[in-house]
Design a protein around this ligand. Structure first.
Ligand code: NAI
Ligand code: MG
Length: 479
């Protein structure tokens, strides 16, 4: 007998979306000076949500000026006072977390279960964590009397809009910098709601400025001569552009780029837990995760058993309305991202891999891609090499630990990896040999405000999170 779930929609009445937004500069929402406008939509319904500014060069300049003039006072405040503002922001974010979670799901397409239980709790945790650091900067590890950098230009992607905002803004402010942040063009709404939180917390005007727009706005910000730091999370392609455009300037840079993580399952692994870890690794947030476990490396002797269990477990995944509390897999964030996933999946077919697709009903409107597994994948296939950034798993096999390590490292990326085995010594041995910034053992996609996160090779440079994350926003003092 099959039980069906009744719809369990989260109410949207808590969210108040305006028909249009300005830019948040110097503590106020202002009209654009030279920008254009575009419409932001709900990717699950294609419904227009609001009209947003594509900020122009003059807008970027106004935001940088506001951040620069706020910098003098903000950087000289006692650390404990900056900490008080950050604690206040953290508490407001907790109080308003349901509002943020619902809005995040509406604009991004991610399941409410994730925005409510993962994104927003981590957002508050980051602000709390860095609030605690604001008066302890001499212990940050950059030497005595550490100094802030100045104005930070921060550019974030659409997969974790509020979480990436928190990763960028919290350490920057704790360290005494002021910021101009640009959210991704498809997900501006929670960043604009965060601007209201800054007002509510009575943060001094100009300390946080939020300008919306796409690549041109981002590029104008990165290339503005009066910023001291660039923090970017997004594609390797844009990361490369940024790295070359700031080369030869005094701007400090951190880049958090793509990934193609190996999730390695050994024959002695607790297999049910491994299946959960594989599901979480690739279907969490529709696979729009830079550290997604998108390459499953399974020891040959347990491949058939593991795949049977994986397909069985996948049957229970519920794909659909992001605002339904029972939904596991929501909407793809944009038409462009859907086209990219489709194109890469088709390359899997033409290059000879076997596609297995979860049978599920997809809504008629909006952008959707069903959870998919490719087997018979070789290391040469594009689906084994390129970041798909969608709910698509590529399965490869190995026979020995050495082969697993070689295959795992055979990628231009190096952001994350997972190891599943009962043997502690094997975990240590394999983890030591993986060229990945984060290695999870018998778990996956675990994030913590106290833990540094970042990559090797084409996954970027610099670390975010924890004490180490402060280094990106500090220079050592004179003494
Ligand atoms: P993207 O790198 O173009 O966008 C990320 C951010 O950079 C957005 O705010 C965007 O407006 C901004 N941006 C774009 N061009 C810029 C430029 N020239 N200068 C400064 N800022 C610029 O990523 P996109 O196009 O949204 O996604 C393409 C692929 O990138 C995805 O399919 C995925 O593979 C990867 N990606 C990886 C992310 C990660 O977390 N590592 C996040 C988003 C995308
Ligand atoms: Mg792009």
């Amino acid at each position: 007998m099959v039980f069906e779930y009744a719809p369990a929609p989260e109410s949207t009445s808590i969210v108040d979306i305006q028909t249009s937004y300005g830019l948040f500069i110097n503590g106020k929402f202002v009209k654009s000076k030279d920008g254009k406008r575009y419409k932001t939509i709900n990717p699950a319904t294609e419904e227009v949500l609001s009209e947003i500014v594509l900020a122009g060069k003059k807008d970027v300049d106004a935001a940088v000026k506001a951040a620069r003039s706020a910098y003098g006072k903000w950087s000289k405040l006692p650390g404990a006072t900056r900490g008080k503002y950050l604690y206040r922001i953290a508490r407001i974010l907790q109080e308003r977390s349901r509002e943020f979670a619902v809005l995040e799901s509406i604009n991004n397409g991610k399941p409410i279960r994730e925005s409510r239980d993962v994104d927003l709790p981590l957002v508050a945790a980051h602000f709390f964590h860095y609030a605690g650091w604001a008066d302890k900067l001499e212990y940050a590890g950059v030497g005595p009397n550490p100094q802030s950098l100045g104005v930070a230009g921060q550019i974030i992607p659409w997969n974790f809009p509020m979480l990436m905002l928190a990763w960028k803004i919290a350490p920057a402010l704790a360290a005494g910098n002021t910021v101009v942040l640009k959210p991704a063009e498809t997900t501006p709404l929670t960043a604009l709601l965060f601007a209201e939180v800054c007002q509510q917390a009575e943060l001094p005007p100009g300390v946080v400025n939020i300008i919306t727009g796409a690549g041109e706005t981002g590029s104008a910000l990165v290339n503005h001569p009066n910023i001291n730091k660039v923090a970017f999370t997004g594609s390797t392609e844009v990361g490369r552009l940024i790295a070359s455009s700031v080369a030869g300037t005094n701007k400090k840079v951190t880049l958090e780029l793509g990934g193609k993580a190996a999730n390695i399952v050994f024959d002695d692994a607790a297999i049910d837990q491994a299946v959960e870890g594989i599901i979480n690794g690739i279907f969490f947030n529709q696979g729009h995760v830079c550290c997604a476990g998108s390459r499953l490396l399974v020891q040959e002797s347990v491949k058939d058993e593991l795949l049977d269990l994986l397909y069985e477990r996948m049957q229970t995944l519920r794909v659909g309305d992001p605002l339904d509390k029972n939904t596991d897999v929501g909407a793809i964030n944009s038409a462009a991202q859907l086209a990219k996933i489709q194109e890469l999946a088709e390359s899997g077919d033409t290059e000879g891999a076997d596609r297995w697709t979860l049978k599920c009903e997809l809504p008629e409107k909006g952008f959707w891609f069903p959870p998919t597994v490719f087997t018979n994948v070789t290391q040469a296939h594009r689906i084994a090499r390129e970041e798909i950034f969608g709910p698509v798993l590529s399965v490869l096999t190995f026979r020995t630990p050495q082969e697993a390590i070689e295959k795992a490292n055979n990628t231009p990326f190096g952001l994350s990896a997972g190891i599943w085995t009962e043997k502690g010594s094997r975990i240590l041995e394999v983890a030591n040999n993986l060229r990945a910034g984060v290695v999870w053992a018998n778990t996956f996609n675990k994030f913590d405000a106290t833990s540094p996160f970042g990559g090797y090779k084409e996954s970027g440079y610099g670390r975010e999170g924890g004490r180490v994350g402060l280094e990106a926003y500090l220079k050592s003092g004179d003494k």
